[in-house]
Design a protein around this ligand. Structure first.
Ligand code: BGP
Length: 470
C-alpha cells in the first residue's frame, strides 16, 4: 500500500452547474435557454425541479462546510442576468448570484464560477448558437458585465466543455437544435467558442482584475484499440485531434499546429465543409494563450478506437442500459473497449491511468499551462436510499482510483491545485434525467431532502487528512 499526500492548500471541492441544480428554469425573470423547449418536447424529463439549488443553496453550503468541502463549482445562468442574451438586465438574477457568493464565503467555501455551462440563450439556438459570430460578441459583453459586477469572484472559467457542446450538437445530434454527423459544424463551433474564450480572457486582464481566469475542457485520452494496428492508431489520432488537440492548441499555443489544422480541415471536408478561421481570431487566441491562469479538466473516462469505414451510426445510451452505446463515425473511427476494462451502466470506460497520461501530456506538450484543477470527475450510478443510508461503494472505489493517479501526476511534477467531485449533490443530467446520480449527497427529488452518501464521509476524511492510502 502507498500513501499520497495532497498539498496543503489543495481544494477539495464539489461541482454543480446552474441548469442542473437551480430549478426555477423560467422563474424570477429568467429567460429561455436552448434546453427548455427541447426537453419539454421530448417529454422525458426537464430541468425543473433539479436540486432546487435556487432556494436550497444555504443547505448545500452548510453541508459543504460540515464535510470539509472547501470549494464549489457553480455557473452563472446567462439568461438569469440577460434574459434575451443581451439588452435588458434582470436585477433579480444579479442579486441572486451576489447572495449565493456571499453565502459560499460565509461557509468557507470558495466559489469557482463558470460563465457558460451548456445553457446558451434560446434566442441564439435557431441560428446555430456559436456558429453565428454575433454570439461571440454577445458572450464577450456578458462576460465583461459579470467581471465588473461580481468583484467578489476571484476564480473564473469562461466555458465548460466546448467539445461537448460541439459534439452533442453537431456530431451526436442529441442536443438542442442538433444535427448528426456534421464534423465541419462541430469544428467551427469549437473554434468560434475558443475565440469567445480568448476575448473574455483578454477583457479580464485588460480590466485589471486580479483574480484568476481559465477554461474547463473535457479531455479524454484516445487510445488505439490494438496498439499495433496502424489503422486503429489513425482512428485514435483523428478523434484526439478534433476533440483534444484542437482546443489545447487554441488554448495554449494560441494557434493551430500544422498537423492539428491539417487533420481538422480534412475531417471538416469529409462532411462537406470548410473552416472560417480569421486573422483577427488567431491574434486574439495568441494574446490569450499567455494570459490563462489555469486549466480545468473534466475527465470521467477514456476512449479506445478502432478503424471504421462503413456508414456512420451513433446511439447514445441515455438510460443506463449497459452495452447499448454505439459510436461509429466514418472518417474518425469506432468506439470499442479492451477486454477486462470496467464500464459504468452508461458504458463509460473506467480507466483512471488515462487521467495520469493526460496530465503528463499537458505538462510536456503545453508547458505554459501554469495550473490545473480537476474540475469534474465522478461516477454516474443508480444509487438507492435504504433505511436512511446510501452505500455507494463503487463510487468510492472509482474516486479513490482516479485520485490516486492524480496524486501520481502531482508527484510527477504536474501542478494540480484542486479537485471537484462531479457532483456535489445529485442533479439533473442533460441527456439522462434523474436516474443517473453522481452526488456526494443524495437528493430525494420529491421532498428535496439531502442525505450524505457513504462517499461523502469518505471524502470528508480524505479532505481532513489530505492523505490517500491506495
Ligand atoms: C460533463 C458536464 C456536466 C455533467 C457531467 C456528467 O460533461 O460538464 O454538466 O453532466 O458531464 O455527464 P452526464 O450528466 O451526461 O452523465
Amino acid at each position: 500500500m502507498s500513501a499520497y499526500m495532497f498539498p496543503e492548500d489543495f481544494v477539495f471541492g464539489g461541482a454543480t452547474a446552474a441548469y442542473q441544480v437551480e430549478g426555477e428554469t423560467r422563474g424570477h425573470g429568467k429567460g429561455k435557454v436552448i434546453w427548455d423547449d427541447f426537453l419539454a418536447e421530448q417529454g422525458r424529463f426537464t430541468g425543473d425541479p433539479a436540486s432546487d439549488f435556487y432556494h436550497r443553496y444555504p443547505t448545500d453550503l452548510e453541508l459543504c462546510e460540515r464535510f470539509g468541502i472547501n470549494g464549489i463549482r457553480v455557473s452563472i445562468a446567462w439568461t438569469r442576468i440577460f434574459p434575451e442574451g443581451e439588452g435588458a438586465l434582470n436585477q433579480e438574477g444579479v442579486d441572486y448570484y451576489h447572495e449565493l457568493f456571499a453565502c459560499c464565503r460565509a461557509h468557507g467555501v470558495e466559489p469557482f464560477v463558470t460563465l457558460h455551462h451548456f445553457d446558451t440563450p434560446d434566442c441564439y439556438g435557431a441560428n446555430g448558437g456559436f456558429l453565428d459570430r454575433h454570439v461571440i460578441d454577445a458572450y464577450e459583453a456578458y462576460a465583461r458585465f459579470c467581471f465588473a459586477e461580481f468583484p467578489e469572484v476571484t476564480h473564473w472559467f469562461t466555458f465548460n466543455e466546448i467539445p461537448a457542446v460541439a459534439g452533442g450538437t453537431y456530431i451526436e445530434g442529441t442536443w438542442p437544435y442538433g444535427e448528426k454527423l456534421h464534423l465541419d459544424k462541430a469544428a467551427q463551433t469549437i473554434h468560434n467558442m475558443m475565440v469567445a474564450h480568448a476575448r473574455a480572457v483578454v477583457a479580464y486582464k485588460e480590466g485589471g482584475y486580479t483574480g484568476e481566469i481559465g477554461i474547463v475542457h473535457n479531455l479524454e485520452p484516445k487510445y488505439p484499440l490494438d496498439p499495433n494496428s496502424l489503422a486503429d492508431i489513425q482512428a485514435a489520432r483523428n478523434e484526439d485531434m478534433l476533440l483534444n488537440q484542437f482546443i489545447l492548441d487554441a488554448t495554449f499555443l494560441g494557434s493551430y499546429a500544422p498537423d492539428t489544422i491539417a487533420c481538422v480541415n480534412a475531417l471538416a471536408a469529409s462532411t462537406g465543409g470548410t473552416l472560417d478561421i480569421r486573422d483577427e481570431d488567431l491574434s486574439c487566441l495568441t494574446r490569450a494563450a499567455e494570459l490563462n491562469d489555469c486549466l480545468g479538466i473534466n475527465n470521467y473516462m477514456c476512449k479506445f478506437l478502432t478503424s471504421f469505414e462503413g456508414e456512420s451510426d451513433i446511439h447514445h445510451n441515455g438510460t443506463g442500459e449497459k452495452g447499448t452505446s454505439r459510436w461509429r463515425v466514418k472518417g474518425i473511427g469506432e468506439h470499442a473497449n479492451r477486454p477486462g476494462i470496467p464500464t459504468t451502466d452508461w458504458d463509460w470506460i473506467i480507466y483512471p491511468e488515462g487521467l495520469f497520461d493526460l496530465l503528463m501530456r499537458i505538462k510536456n506538450d503545453y508547458p505554459n499551462y501554469k495550473k490545473i484543477y480537476i474540475t469534474e470527475n465522478g461516477m454516474g450510478y443508480k444509487d438507492e436510499l435504504k433505511d436512511g443510508i446510501v452505500d455507494d461503494g463503487p463510487r468510492i472505489d472509482y474516486l479513490r482510483q482516479y485520485l490516486t493517479w492524480i496524486a501520481k501526476a502531482i508527484d510527477g511534477g504536474v501542478n494540480v491545485a484542486g479537485y471537484f467531485v462531479w457532483s456535489l449533490q445529485d442533479q439533473f443530467s442533460w441527456t439522462n434525467g434523474y436516474n443517473k446520480r453522481y452526488g456526494l449527497f443524495y437528493v430525494d427529488f420529491d421532498s428535496q431532502e439531502r442525505t450524505p452518501k457513504a462517499s461523502a464521509y469518505w471524502y470528508k476524511n480524505l479532505a481532513a487528512a489530505r492523505r490517500l492510502d491506495a
